[in-house]
Design a protein. Structure first.
Length: 322
């Protein structure tokens, strides 16, 4: 029985070392975050995900003594704010992004297409705080002009203080932040569709719209879905810009309010970490904010696994088994 020899050169060794270091860093981050979050996770149990009142609980925890800390929290309002804000932004960004990608690839000349792609990539590199400032100057006043009236403020005063900083404003700002990601990856996916497929469609007398709808989009759907999932991950983790326009209160939506829920203040998980970070001198508050971070990590991991699963199913349905 011969022993297998491992002949690994320096480049391969460096790659293996960097890969192992990356895995170790990821594992350390997960362990550290959950270690810090454990006191709140243990004290709150399932009520952490089924109850609200996070803002009041943070205040109580900050003023509690170290001998008797407040460790019971409810983040249902934060989770709902994260899911609703990101979902609404994702729907708008997907429509804008896919439509823009089709225009860039199918209806623009090569020169115009290059200019538009450069603009999209420039938008993707704009710091989030700039989007937040634009939101404060434009989106928030627009919301106040269109929806916020004195009569509405009085009518819903028992539920929340209505202003231009609300869930809808946060979703609009988030839309413009994640749309460039959808556009960029959708363009790459559409351009990856073999030109022969399109020519075959035209040869059968199909119109340009039908070629796009029946051939190009189905052929590019795995790449488009990857862009949408990546945008969802960015949307879930966005903190600074959203915290500037969201209202900063973890309001739990009520079915009886209908559309008014979109005009209520909200506080997504990532924004909560930013907004409440000044109180991290308290052990209980620190653990609560790390709990928010732990939930975000789990959501991010679920998105990655889901995206990989969707990609595999789409490849299989398209006849690619690799």
């Amino acid at each position: 029985m011969t022993k297998k020899k491992w002949n690994i050169g320096l480049p391969e060794a460096v790659i293996y070392l960097l890969s192992a270091a990356s895995i170790a860093v990821i594992v350390f981050i997960f362990l550290f975050v959950f270690y810090k979050a454990f006191p709140v996770l243990r004290a709150s149990g399932l009520s952490l995900f089924t109850s609200g009142g996070f803002d009041k609980q943070i205040q109580d925890a900050f003023y509690s003594s170290e001998a008797d800390p407040v460790l019971s929290f409810g983040i249902l309002g934060l989770i709902s704010g994260t899911v609703i804000t990101t979902t609404l932004a994702l729907l708008l960004a997907s429509a804008i992004g896919i439509g823009s990608a089709i225009i860039i690839c199918e209806y623009s000349s090569r020169r115009v297409s290059g200019i538009l792609i450069s603009v999209v990539r420039l938008l993707a590199s704009v710091p989030s705080v700039v989007f937040g400032l634009i939101g404060i100057v434009t989106v928030v006043p627009l919301m106040e002009e269109l929806f916020v009236t004195v009569d509405r403020q009085i009518e819903y005063l028992d539920f929340f203080q209505m202003s231009g900083r609300n869930l809808l404003s946060a979703s609009i700002v988030l839309t413009f932040m994640i749309a460039p990601t959808v556009v960029s990856l959708s363009v790459d996916a559409i351009r990856a569709v073999p030109h022969l497929y399109k020519e075959t469609g035209y040869a059968f007398g199909m119109s340009k719209f039908r070629v796009i709808w029946k051939i190009i989009l189905p052929g590019a759907r795995s790449g488009i879905m990857a862009g949408i999932v990546l945008a969802a991950g960015r949307g879930m983790g966005e903190a600074i810009a959203v915290s500037m326009v969201c209202g900063g209160i973890g309001f739990l939506p009520k079915a009886s309010l209908g559309f008014i829920n979109f005009l209520a203040p909200t506080l997504p998980l990532a924004a909560a970490i930013i907004n409440k970070s000044e109180a991290m001198g308290s052990f209980a508050v620190e653990s609560a904010l790390f709990t928010c971070g732990a939930v975000l990590l789990l959501i991010g991991a679920a998105l990655s696994i889901g995206a990989k699963s969707i990609e595999k199913k789409m490849r299989r349905s398209a006849g690619h088994d690799d």
